[in-house]
Design a protein around this ligand. Structure first.
Ligand SMILES: [Zn+2]
Length: 360
């Protein structure tokens, strides 16, 4: 009897890895743009990629070692027409993080994420993915009261063009995937339980996605999570049934969904199973950066098997629930813990592959 075709379950990281402690300290005590830090950043990137590869990760990132303060504002860091008192993200432990506020037009990126990709690809021996921030997150930079001589419509035009440029540059440079970080999706439901804010975010991001070709969209994904900073979340209390039906309206081929840290994974999987479009691949979170416990490969395997009851295995993948340090100064998770969890994800996904494929 012919043996069944081997099953391949892809596994990818989200993006950030905690920076080396000495780099965090040097950044914290001085100027983040100090040219003397360049060799430290370079070492951190090289070490990140080496450790990803040593963990067996078939796809790697640069760990966002150089994304300035966080995953969201790297592209506008240093933009002169901004003020620091923008949108506040409240976390469950009471701390907040802040975006910057646009003070006048025009809105421009200071840099595109392909500058990080380019460096990572010099070190990597396997495919590199690149995370970029969503247009909806950056749309929060435009103040509630309009800016004179720079309408919200002009701002959105500029924002969409910059985002589209960033994605295209990453794809052209050979990004294995471009992942749009959409952590504010779940937060939007918390801020506005009517769902209007979430719909406006989905519409805006779809305007951006519609500019890409179907081939380009196949290499684009969207990440959702309840936030992860200092071991704290911003929207974990929002039920997935309030988010996922809208999320799957996004014209992306891949979805990276936090799941390991959910209190009721089967409930979340049922919602995914019900609302996923037939051609959408779901990378389920099988490790929780927020949880200090290092998952075992067997725990990961069981989570993959559980997910396969709700998602056809040819559309299933695995990931981490979130980056391990979306804000660069977060020391709540060590690099060692992050890579131990990544290794468990890789090994556990392989175990599940073997079981599902019948190759025991
Ligand atoms: Zn996340």
């Amino acid at each position: 009897m012919a043996s069944p075709a081997p099953i391949m379950i892809p596994t990818e990281p989200i993006g950030s890895i905690p920076r080396p402690v000495d780099l965090i300290e040097r950044v914290g005590s001085g100027n983040i743009e100090d040219p003397n830090l360049s060799p430290l950043y370079e070492d951190a990137i090289r070490d990140t990629i080496e450790r990803f590869e040593a963990a067996g990760s078939p796809v790697v990132t640069d760990g966002e070692q150089r994304k300035y303060h966080n995953f969201a504002t790297y592209c506008v860091h240093g933009l002169p027409n901004t003020a620091p008192d923008g949108f506040k993200i409240p976390f469950s432990d009471g701390h907040t993080r802040r975006l910057s506020r646009l003070t006048r037009g025009p809105f421009r990126y200071m840099r595109y994420a392909d500058c990080y990709l380019e460096v990572a690809m010099q070190y990597a021996h396997v495919p590199v993915k690149q995370a970029v921030i969503s247009p909806s997150a950056l749309s929060l930079m435009y103040p509630a009261e309009a800016i004179p001589d720079y309408s919200r419509e002009q701002f959105i035009d500029d924002l969409l063009r910059e985002h589209e440029t960033e994605i295209r540059r990453c794809l052209r440079k050979g990004a294995y995937k471009v992942q749009i970080d959409f952590t504010e999706g779940r937060l939007a439901v918390k801020i506005d339980p009517s769902g209007h804010l979430l719909s406006s975010f989905i519409d805006l991001n779809n305007l951006a996605l519609s500019r890409l070709s179907p081939e380009e969209r196949r290499r684009v994904g969207v990440h959702t999570c309840p936030g992860n900073d200092l071991d704290s979340t911003h929207s974990a209390d929002v039920d997935y049934s309030e988010l996922l039906p809208s999320l799957f309206e996004l014209e992306a081929a891949n979805f990276y969904i936090a799941l390991a840290g959910e209190p009721d994974r089967r409930h979340a999987l049922k919602v995914i199973g019900r609302y996923r479009k037939p051609d959408q691949r779901i990378f389920v979170g099988v490790t929780a950066p927020i949880d200090p416990h290092i998952e075992t490969p067997e725990e990961v395997r069981d989570r993959v098997l559980e997910a396969s009851e709700y998602i056809p295995v040819e559309y299933l993948g695995t990931t981490d629930d979130c980056g391990f340090s979306p804000f660069g100064d977060d020391t709540s998770t060590s690099r060692d813990t992050a890579f131990a969890k990544i290794q468990a994800r890789v090994l556990g996904t392989k175990l599940a592959e073997k079981l599902i494929g019948g190759d025991s």
